[in-house]
Design a binder for this molecule. Structure first.
Ligand code: PHE
Length: 452
């Protein structure tokens, strides 16, 4: 065998890395706007329930398989297969995970590149380089390519440094910075006129919005936010020491993820209404609150512009927050194909990172050149179809294919009395039956199988 496998040096290191993977654009951008459009706190309540009842068990499946196998997704699923059919299924799921993780990274790098460009813009203004500042927010192909390349380069540099010196070190450094920036921004925005209306929109539940599509939207959000289905949590679990209790660490990751999503809502919604107070349009023609790129790239920058010099610093803080959230997530996506290339194709870490990173950047470029036809398509294939389906496959592995006594043995490491806990009484049934059925039902509903 080649060089020894990397490992996180402590449970805090793992926690920061896994929480860093989970906390990303999905939390700060996706969650608050979905909540605003789906009845505020009504969506928050459904999301909380789904995160703990559905996503947490699925997260545990990935972490347990990963730590047991101590290898990448393909190798891990092959290892727990019991015959030729489950082995084939394992190969399909494993390679599926690698492909979907790479696709997610290909569009994520474009969006994160926008964040870096918008972070650079106030600096250009401070330096009096108005033309460059305009170009940075222009949306041109050249700008998109350059900043996707810069962001991909950052991701690759961290992954090339390895598990402890790259992933762990940067996540441990950046996650506290993220939390501090988020809290500072909230304190500032809440003192501005209009903020309270935003808080009300977010926190007063409107259950008239409750519907199947709300549940599906919350489920997709929970899966994306906890980085499930594509083997990121599996590979992070594989770098975790056997002295740690998996159910406890998994629960903490879920809590941090949900906590930061909720907290981000306290920033984004009030900021939108402050923008409205300052004269910016925050409702689309359909009457819904503006979400998506228009919210982050137009509504919020328009708000920062009304704040004078303070606005420059608020803009820097906000886009630094978005960049940090993105990079701690993107490294976890890149680690999936890189770990496979190191372990199965026997490449060195630096070569693997460069090779895989360049291939994914080529896909990003393809999307940038064909933005109108590919961008939404790639997001939909990878997050709406890929992640839930692979999530089901992983639950089937943990619940049906992998032997129960082996699963218990793995969970006992670092948690001796797990066999007598509520977790062990409930979780195996959850991954066996509840998770696959719920995910598939929601999936069928979302692709319209029940509506014809
Ligand atoms: N969880 C990340 C976010 O919320 C996205 C992600 C998806 C990361 C899949 C890794 C794998 O932005």
């Amino acid at each position: 065998m080649s060089a020894p496998r990397g490992q996180f040096s402590s449970n805090i290191g793992f926690l920061m890395a896994a929480a860093g993977s989970a906390v990303g654009l999905g939390n700060i951008w996706g969650f608050p706007t979905k909540a605003a459009q789906n009845g505020g706190a009504a969506f928050v309540v459904v999301y909380l329930l789904l995160a703990f009842l559905l996503a947490y068990p699925a997260l545990m499946a990935e972490l347990t398989i990963g730590r047991h196998a101590r290898s990448n997704m393909v190798q891990a699923l092959r290892g727990i297969s019991t015959g030729p059919i489950s082995r084939l299924f394992g190969n399909l799921t494993g390679f599926g995970g690698i492909i979907v993780a790479s696709l997610i990274l290909s569009f994520y790098s474009i969006v994160a590149g926008w964040m870096v460009a918008y972070l650079a813009e106030p600096f250009a203004r401070l330096l009096g380089a108005g033309e460059i500042a305009n170009w940075l927010t222009s949306g041109s192909i050249g700008r998109n390519l350059l900043f996707a390349a810069i962001f991909s380069g950052m991701t690759m540099a961290i992954i090339a440094s390895g598990v402890e010196k790259g992933i762990e070190r940067w996540s441990t450094l950046l996650m506290p910075a993220l939390i501090i920036l988020l809290l500072l921004l909230i304190v500032y925005v809440l003192t501005q006129p209009g903020a309270i209306t935003g808080l009300e929109t977010y926190l007063i539940p409107d259950f008239s919005h409750f519907s199947w599509s709300l549940v599906i939207s919350a489920m997709g959000q929970a899966f994306f936010s906890l980085s499930l289905g594509v083997g990121t949590m599996l590979i992070y679990g594989s770098y975790l020491s056997q002295q740690e209790s998996l159910p406890r660490l998994g629960a903490l990751v879920t809590l941090i993820d949900v906590g930061i999503a909720f907290t981000a809502g306290l920033l984004i919604l009030p900021a939108m209404y402050v923008a409205q107070e300052a004269g910016t349009q925050i409702f689309a023609a359909s009457g819904e609150l503006i979400a998506g790129p228009d919210l982050i790239l137009q509504v919020l920058p328009a708000l920062f512009n009304t704040m004078g010099t303070a606005g420059l610093f608020v803009a820097i803080a906000f886009f630094a927050l978005m960049t940090i959230a993105s990079v701690t997530s993107s490294i976890s996506m890149l680690e999936v194909p890189v770990a496979f290339s190191i372990e199965n194709l026997k490449l060195g870490r630096k070569t693997a990172t460069l090779l895989v990173g360049l291939i994914i950047f080529a896909i990003s470029s393809l999307i940038i050149f064909n933005f109108d036809s590919l961008f939404v398509l790639v997001i939909s294939i990878s997050t709406e179809y890929g992640q839930p389906l692979l999530g089901v496959a992983l639950c089937i592995f943990a619940g049906w294919i992998w032997r129960r006594d082996e699963v218990l043995k793995e969970l006992k490491k670092g948690h001796e009395n797990i066999g007598s806990t509520l977790f062990w009484k409930i979780w195996p049934w959850y991954v066996r039956l509840v998770c696959p059925v719920l995910i598939l039902a929601a999936f069928a509903q979302s692709v319209g199988l029940f509506s014809g």
